[in-house]
Design a protein around this ligand. Structure first.
Ligand code: NAD
Length: 432
């Protein structure tokens, strides 16, 4: 099938390349000329395991193309996927849908034969209705069908998640579109993905409900970790004991820093705004948002306790600054609030991240980037393990080059407290 992905970010690029890999002809379009020129040269704009090889392979065999020409790319395609960003509005409430509606206006001027227009971007319930109205202003209803097909991939596992999804959700009441899309996804369905056809509004809500639920799970275990700290109980035992119950499941049940990234913070806010608009109160999700905001403050309080209230001129090293491991995504990383707060209190920050230096911290006072783990942790008073990259899982903290009184705050519980105690290392973790 001939597909066009509008927006070549995490979702558009990954799903575009994966669709091309299962035999479709795909054009990935972006308004960012630099991004598209780089992709044509084989330079991948994001860090995502396995992505580069797959892009190079499919670009070489001509199934995958890159373009900045939206109109031409749409007119050559049968199915158009909207994969642009839906960030939180500047006002702080609800999703900013300007990118989606701009694209809808561009699409309507390029439709001359039947096209399926799919929102893969995460959009609030009833956005599909709005897109339909925009296109219908200039195009006959017979020539297009608006479908919701939310994306559930996780950064860092995106290729695997796209290729082996738990489910494919298709929100449409149009039989023709449903048949075509079932066919498009047939290679994934044959590998075990469940195919769900529901109303467009239900599909839109499934995405928000799923993200809000996962954010709730993380927040739930984070709060329990606080209780475990008071009672001298290991939170890992609780996670395992609860997670083995199939009704609960162990994933997203590991205590750590506040949840971040490009999805959970904005999607939890957007779903509560939608509920408010329709005069229902999603009070659980509102509490989750509040608790998560408080999480970084709580962890900072622990840092103060670990350093006995003496932050000024203390050398603090962060290992990993993205919102989680295996991604270069800094969006809503808890580091973005914790690091500036520590600097404000007089700390001197040094950080290392396997995905390199971050523009968010470049040319800022009292923060430097180290090119490797050894030079990052050297001379530190406190090492904070902020993400769970494999690279951080077997560091020799007993090296003579390290400050002998160095303290370690493992925010991901990747080391054993027992082993650390045996090595006489000042080790602090979460909920244990
Ligand atoms: N990142 C994730 O893990 C993830 C997972 C599932 C769903 N989503 C959802 O998918 C959507 C996209 O997220 P993302 O992380 O890929 O965003 P992104 O910011 O990485 O990419 C969006 C791209 O769209 C491009 N764009 C914007 N307007 C355009 C236009 N008019 N024409 C062409 N290109 C345009 C931007 O230049 C950018 O490259 C969001 O709604 C997000 O919530 C994201």
């Amino acid at each position: 099938m001939k597909l066009c992905m509008i927006g070549t970010g995490y979702v558009g690029l990954v799903s575009g390349v994966c669709f091309s890999d299962i035999g479709n002809s795909v054009i990935c379009v972006d308004r960012d000329v630099n991004k598209i020129n780089n992709l044509k040269k084989g330079i991948i704009p994001i860090y995502e395991p396995g992505l580069e090889e797959l892009v190079l392979k499919n670009y070489k065999n001509n199934r995958l193309k890159f373009s900045t020409d939206l109109k031409n790319s749409i007119s050559k395609s049968d199915i158009v996927f909207i994969c642009v960003g839906t960030p939180t509005k500047k006002s702080g409430s609800g999703a900013d849908l300007r990118q989606v509606f701009n694209v809808a206006e561009e699409i309507r001027s390029s439709i001359t034969k039947f096209k399926i227009v799919i929102t893969k971007s995460t959009v609030p319930v009833t956005t599909g209705d709005d897109i339909e109205k925009i296109i219908q202003k200039k195009v006959s209803k017979k020539l297009f069908s608006i479908v919701s097909n939310p994306e559930f991939l996780r950064e860092g596992e995106a290729i695997r998640d796209f290729t082996y999804p738990d489910r494919v959700v298709i929100g449409t009441s149009c039989k023709k579109s449903n048949t075509i899309l079932k066919n498009l996804y047939a290679p994934l369905i044959s590998k075990g993905a469940k195919y769900i056809n529901c109303s467009r509004r239900a599909a839109e809500l499934i995405k928000y409900a799923s993200n809000a639920f996962l954010a709730t799970k993380i927040t739930f275990i984070n709060e329990l970790a606080n209780l475990c700290e008071k009672l001298n109980i290991n939170i890992e035992d609780i996670s395992i004991g609860m997670g083995l119950d199939k009704r609960i499941g162990g994933r997203f049940l590991r205590a750590g820093p506040a949840y971040g990234g490009s999805c959970f913070p904005k999607d939890t806010m957007a779903i509560t705004t939608t509920a408010d608009k329709f005069k229902t109160n999603l009070s659980i999700i509102k509490t989750v948002i509040k608790s998560n905001k408080n999480r970084s403050t709580l962890l900072l309080k622990r840092v103060f306790e670990i350093l006995k209230g003496k932050i000024k001129n203390k050398k603090i090293c962060f290992l990993g600054v993205t919102f989680k491991a295996n991604t270069d995504d800094m969006r809503d990383s808890s580091c973005l609030s914790m690091i500036p707060s520590l600097i404000k209190k007089g700390a001197i920050i040094n950080y290392y991240d396997p995905t390199g230096e971050k523009k968010e911290f470049k040319n800022k006072k009292n923060i430097t980037f180290s090119k490797d783990i050894d030079s990052a942790i050297k001379k530190s008073d406190l090492i904070i393990i902020h993400t769970e990259w494999n690279d951080f899982k077997s560091i020799n903290f007993r090296k003579t080059s390290l400050n002998k009184n160095v303290k370690i705050f493992d925010m991901r519980n990747i080391y054993s407290p027992v082993k650390m105690k045996k090595q006489k290392i000042n080790y602090f973790a979460i909920g244990r």
